[in-house]
Design a protein around this ligand. Structure first.
Ligand SMILES: Nc1ncnc2c1ncn2[C@@H]1O[C@H](COP(=O)(O)OP(=O)(O)O)[C@@H](O)[C@H]1O
Ligand SMILES: [Mg+2]
Length: 238
């Protein structure tokens, strides 16, 4: 019986074998064997740095982010080398990519524990991160593809989440844009925390300023008037 189950799983993963290298297939299989999910279902996004899938776990859906081995690991290295949490980082490609995945897992956890609306991280192994699926059967759309019906309120909630991320989780997202925010039932969920940096990072406040400027520019097109510098001050103020 167990063997039969194993075979079915292998069959299911075969469908994705053209997308993954051997090591990644093994990591996916491992995640499944420890019960993070039963099977990958369908791709949500095939990207440059990561491929994102839905996966089935009982009656639930989960989200699986697989960082590509061909990703730009040199950029990842430069990025992490200035983060005090990763001072001993090795220069080897695989360990950089695995650390990048762990970094996103930890950032999600820190954000989540602080009360920020981000997907709940479930498990990470090598380059495979399993997290909560955001959506109602279909994945929630990126803000970029789904303008909020009340932009003012959406923007306020978003900024308040960024403030909690800063004040409580002590993190700056550092890649915030309408692509990395999901519109889930008219509420923002912040995703893609792989770039997020600790407040001790040398340019953390400049990164915050950039994030908030980009968001204010986006909401300005929807008639929401915000002075981004004032918003940054509100976020930083104790
Ligand atoms: N937890 C999730 N639930 C639903 N969809 C998700 C989730 N995480 C990511 N996605 C989808 O996958 C896309 C890519 O994920 P992201 O983490 O932004 O990776 P990338 O590094 O490729 O930008 C997102 O824009 C979103 O559409
Ligand atoms: Mg993204």
């Amino acid at each position: 019986m167990a063997e039969q189950k194993e075979d079915t799983q292998r069959e299911r993963f075969k469908a994705f074998s053209h997308v993954f290298d051997e090591g990644t297939l093994r990591a996916i299989h491992k995640e499944s064997s420890i019960g993070s999910f039963e099977a990958l279902q369908s791709p949500i996004k095939i990207g440059k740095e990561a491929n994102v899938f839905t996966a089935v776990k009982g009656d639930e859906l989960r989200c699986v982010k697989v960082y590509r081995i061909a990703a730009n690991f040199k950029k990842m290295y430069e990025y992490m080398a200035s983060d005090p949490r990763y001072t001993g980082l090795k220069r080897n490609k695989m360990s950089i990519i695995y650390t990048w995945a762990i970094k996103e897992y930890r950032n999600l956890l820190r954000a989540r524990e602080a009360g920020v609306k981000v997907p709940k991280p479930i498990h990470v192994f090598k380059n495979v991160l399993v997290m909560e699926f955001i959506g109602n059967k279909e994945p929630a759309p990126q803000l970029n593809n789904s303008s909020p019906s009340n932009p003012e309120k959406f923007c306020e909630t978003l900024i308040s989440n960024v403030r909690t991320l800063y004040q409580k989780a002590k993190l700056v997202h550092a890649d915030l844009s309408a692509f990395n925010i999901l519109n889930h039932n008219e509420r923002p969920v912040i995703i893609d925390l792989s770039h997020a940096v600790d407040l001790r990072y040398p340019n953390a406040n400049q990164m915050l300023e950039r994030d908030i400027r980009i968001m204010c520019e986006y909401f300005k097109k929807m008639g929401v008037k915000k002075d981004y510098k004032e918003e940054v001050e509100r976020i930083i103020a104790k």
